[in-house]
Design a protein around this ligand. Structure first.
Ligand SMILES: Nc1nc2c(c(=O)[nH]1)N[C@H]1C(S)=C(S)[C@@H](COP(=O)(O)O)O[C@H]1N2
Ligand SMILES: [Mo]
Length: 226
């Protein structure tokens, strides 16, 4: 963990400083089975929680040295990070060049200091949603807890006040309406992962479902079956 942590930190610091080499975008940016859209569809559990800035909190804890609960003001006071990435939803739409601004996951990790046994991260949201990712996936230099999209505050339908963006995974791996980030010494499955979605969720490998030969019930609507 230690060495990959340092490598991730170096990559991220370069990006923060605007010194990173632009990542060569391949001519073929569309992962297999996806189609490009130019709108930004909304996918949620049929519930868009209303969290006002004075009530909003982001609790970060678990296997860390320094657990914190951030107020909206404290969150905004952290170093700002913005990045342009592509967005791939498992229901087959992709949108290119999404500009998100917020706080790098890396900054939050630096603040709470994951213990050596931390290997996974569990994300919980204000609408009851949850999702899980390996820590090294979260430490990539393009992972962001976003409060803005294309220069404007994130609207509620897209997960405001803040949402997680993990560009190299299908979009369900990024929790909208983020409320809690827990560093774990094991993996536990989130909302869609227990309902038959892939746990690894790599769009380039087309990892949509846990069982590649069957489509989970409720797929496509991505609304809660309660
Ligand atoms: N809290 C929360 N986060 C969520 C979801 C959700 O229902 N609740 N849906 C996920 C799915 S399946 C996708 S594709 C994206 C959709 O983001 P969008 O509605 O902004 O397009 O958010 C992900 N994060
Ligand atoms: Mo999705």
């Amino acid at each position: 963990m230690k060495e990959s942590y340092i490598a991730a930190k170096e990559r991220w610091a370069q990006k923060m400083a605007g010194k990173a080499k632009p990542t060569g975008r391949s001519a073929d940016r569309l992962p297999p089975g996806q189609r490009q859209v130019h709108n930004f569809p909304v996918l949620d559990l049929g519930l868009q929680p209303d969290v006002s800035p004075d009530k909003w909190e982001l609790k970060i804890g678990g296997k860390v040295e320094n657990p914190v609960t951030l107020s909206w003001k404290e969150f905004l006071a952290l170093p700002e990070f913005s990045d342009v990435s592509d967005f791939h939803c498992v229901t087959t739409w992709s949108q290119f060049d999404m500009e998100f601004a917020g706080v790098a996951f890396f900054t939050l990790a630096d603040l709470v200091k994951p213990k050596p046994e931390a290997t996974h991260v569990f994300f919980k949201s204000y609408d009851g949603y949850s999702t899980n990712n390996p820590l090294d996936v979260c430490m990539d230099d393009d992972v962001i807890i976003a409060h803005s999209w294309n220069g404007k505050p994130l609207t509620k339908e897209h997960g405001g006040l803040a949402r997680v963006i993990i560009p190299k995974r299908y979009a369900w791996k990024g929790a909208k309406f983020i409320r809690e980030i827990t560093f774990m010494d094991r993996d536990i499955l989130g909302f869609w992962e227990v309902r038959g979605y892939s746990n690894t969720a790599d769009p380039w490998l087309e990892e949509r479902f846990a069982n590649p030969s069957s489509v989970p019930p409720g797929f496509g609507s991505e609304t809660a079956v309660s």
